[in-house]
Design a protein. Structure first.
Lengths: 158, 572
């Protein structure tokens, strides 16, 4: 079992996300993350889907996805040279005593503080999953109030 | 000139060559029904339950190769189509289902008879549409028919809100479709075909496994040419039956759980499987790890997702069967395979099927073989699911292309009567026999009313054993004869037929079988025969679940008397 990154070019129509998600579920896969947004082509969106599974089984899902009428193309880019990023927003508990330490950690990760309130900070961090995981674990001791992650988006380098 | 959405739909259906719609009206589709009389070229056949409409459209589609159309109202009407749509989906049958939906302002409000039918049918359609404007109807109908019939065929659903039927728009039917994400492959890859020819030319013990893809593609001649040129035995799947004449010397019949022993033994021994338009269903392969253990596999299919799904494939060719075989045949050498054909012949002799033992009651397989005899094989057989289906598959000698219609993938009991109605409507010149079990028949028995109202001359043969026979057989073989919930009482089918207004007969003696079949054939309209058969007859041969095809269970009883002519082997 390995994590696979599928990138799909899909028509920007209602119900497409449902078709894709339901097909993956029906073939017995758990979707680790799914991210959708407009692509460079008008009327087409690009989806990045991360699933856990054996390579042959993922290939079967990829072929089934290709059959969805509104799916134009699907590639499993796990093996290729890819750039993958994820964005996370972390609301962390902060007092006057801890604030500067948090800022130091955030700086090291080249993350940003985007909101400050009397008892918390919101941190914005971009990177691969590992980077976000390690920032999260360092901030944990201050008390995480909320966390949200976009899931992976990825492009092939060439 | 502006037309209403309902009129645009009818105009579009006519453009697609639709001649018949199987439907059932209701509130949401009333505006559509209201304009139907303006289009007399669209024949509407009123079914008794929407499941019947979907099966009839499916049967029509399989019998004619054209797209079958069914129509239902919103909510329960749409839900009742679901089994029929799923059935068409699993057997790659081109069906367009049209459902009414509540008016647009009510969508999402749990309105009366509202159901999310596009949501429900996502996994069981090739594609579906919720039509939200009258000016979208023409394009969506065009796309729906294109998708349903091209590539690997399948059902497409159009869900149309009540007020869209009423809304007016200009009618303009598009010339062609442009679907960026849908471009089915027609021709096989040239280099792959060359490699396939090489494998075939080098093979010592090849077999062809032919499926419904051959029938869909109309590749009967191409398949025959390949088989005869290189002398390759042809084995079919259940849905592949009648893609190759069963009285041909090279025909070994069906493989699989209830396949012919000689076919299963040949698959077990072959060094090259040439799979054509089939999908290695588990009922066909037996235990998949032990399937064709000595063989390389060539897989020709129009659906790339079928390649390597169940069985490891040595050489895939994605494309439509007919053009692929045309190209392949040119590169295949003339061969004799004397030794291999001799071996296969020996298995055929040692494991005959058409021997019927003596029994107190009529044997169901005897009934099927007599229908074959009386019709001279010149009929379309539509089966239910279970024992009746297997007997119909095994004991009728299919010589005529596309002459068996059966629910293979979904295995839907009750398919037989409505699908036979659809087949008869599509091919009125043909004799159509529905072969039913007494269990499944009761699931769609109400469609007798449809056959009577429109005088659709289907002939119904009920193999009445008083059991849900296939389940009982499994209980007999694997659950120590604990017959839980399988003994089944039925109505007096003859009186039911008469109540619906068609003639019926009960047959309890062997001597009455042939006269009854002849009487049914002579009668102009629909006719029902209730054959009271041996209650605990099992279907043989059988490969038990979890076993390989070589582990065949043959009829353990002594075969006393051969009542049916042996298969002709003179051809070629």
């Amino acid at each position: 079992m390995t994590k696979h990154t599928l990138v799909a070019l899909v028509e920007d129509k209602p119900g497409v996300l449902n078709r894709v998600a339901s097909l993956i579920r029906r073939r017995g896969f758990n979707i680790e993350s799914i991210a959708v947004g407009h692509s460079e082509l008008p009327g087409l969106s690009r989806m990045t889907i991360v699933v856990d599974g054996a390579t042959t089984a993922v290939e079967q899902v990829r072929k089934q996805l290709e059959k969805v009428i509104e799916v134009v193309k699907v590639a499993d880019i796990t093996e290729g040279r890819i750039i993958a990023r994820e964005l996370a927003l972390i609301k962390v508990h902060a007092t006057s005593a801890t604030r500067s330490e948090i800022i130091q950690i955030v700086d090291i990760f080249r993350a940003n503080i985007i909101d400050v309130s009397p008892d918390s900070l919101i941190v914005e961090v971009t990177g691969d999953e590992e980077k976000i995981d390690s920032l999260y674990s360092l901030l944990k001791k201050f008390g995480i109030k909320e966390l949200t992650r976009t899931g992976r988006i990825a492009l092939q380098r060439r | 000139m502006k037309l209403s959405g309902a009129q645009i739909l009818c105009e579009s259906l006519i453009k697609e060559g639709v001649e018949v719609i199987f439907g059932f009206p209701g509130g949401a589709v009333l505006p559509l029904y209201d304009v139907l009389p303006q289009y007399p070229q669209l024949r509407h056949i009123l079914v008794r339950h929407e499941q019947g409409a979907a099966h009839a459209a499916d049967g029509y589609a399989r019998a004619t190769g054209r797209v079958g159309v069914c129509l239902a109202t919103s909510g329960p009407g749409a839900c009742n189509l679901v089994t029929g749509i799923a059935n068409a989906h699993l057997d790659s049958s081109p069906v367009v289902a049209i459902t009414g939906q509540v008016a647009r302002p009510f969508i999402g409000k749990d309105a009366f008879q509202e159901i999310d039918i596009t949501g429900i049918t996502v996994p069981i359609t090739k594609h579906n549409y919720l039509v939200l404007r009258a000016d979208e109807i023409a394009t969506m109908v065009k796309e729906a028919f294109h998708i349903a019939r091209s590539g690997r065929p399948g059902p497409v659903l159009l869900d149309i809100p009540r007020d869209v039927f009423i809304e007016e728009a200009t009618f303009h039917y598009p010339e062609k479709v442009d679907l960026r994400g849908y471009k089915p492959t027609v021709h096989g890859h040239v280099a792959q075909i060359k490699r396939a020819a090489k494998l075939i030319n080098e093979s010592k013990r090849p077999v062809i496994l032919a499926g419904r893809g051959v029938i869909i593609s109309g590749a009967y001649d191409e398949l025959r040419e390949l088989a005869e040129k290189a002398q390759i035995p042809v084995i079919t799947t259940l849905l592949g039956i009648s893609c190759f004449p069963e009285d041909h010397m090279l025909s070994l019949g069906m493989l699989g759980m209830h396949g012919m022993a000689c076919a299963n033994l040949a698959v077990d021994a072959t060094d090259l499987v040439i799979a054509i338009g089939m999908r290695f269903d588990d009922r066909a392969t037996g235990k998949v790890s032990g399937f064709a253990p000595h063989a390389q596999v060539i897989h020709i299919d129009v659906d790339p997702a079928e390649i390597g799904k169940n069985v490891r494939v040595t050489l895939p060719i994605v494309g439509e069967v007919k053009p692929v075989l045309k190209a392949l045949n040119k590169q295949v050498d003339v061969q004799t395979h004397v030794e291999w054909i001799g071996q296969v012949e020996e298995w055929r002799r040692e494991h005959p099927l058409h021997s019927i033992h003596e029994a107190k009651n009529i044997l169901p397989q005897y009934v099927v073989s007599k229908i074959c005899e009386v019709t001279k094989g010149d009929a379309i057989i539509v089966t239910g699911v279970g024992q009746n289906q297997m007997w119909a598959a095994l004991h009728f000698c299919y010589r005529k292309p596309n002459s068996l219609i059966s629910s293979g993938g979904l295995g839907t009991m009750g398919f037989e009567l409505p699908a036979a109605i659809g087949a008869k409507v599509g091919r009125p010149e043909e004799t159509v026999w529905a072969i039913a079990g007494d269990g499944g028949f009761q699931m769609t028995i109400q469609e007798l009313g449809t056959a009577v109202q429109d005088n659709i001359a289907v002939k119904v043969a009920i193999l009445n054993n008083g059991y849900l026979g296939m389940v009982r057989q499994w209980q007999a073989l694997f659950y120590e004869r604990r017959y839980v919930a399988t003994p089944l009482s039925g109505p007096d089918f003859v009186r039911v037929a008469e109540a619906y207004g068609l003639p019926g007969m009960r047959v309890t003696e062997n001597s009455q079988v042939v006269p009854a079949i002849k009487k049914a054939m002579k009668h102009q309209g629909p006719f029902l025969i209730d054959f009271v058969v041996e209650p605990e007859e099992n279907v043989y041969p059988m490969v038990a679940p979890g076993c390989t095809l070589a582990e065949i269970l043959e009829d353990p009883r002594k075969k006393v008397e051969i009542k049916v002519k042996p298969r002709e082997t003179s051809n070629l």
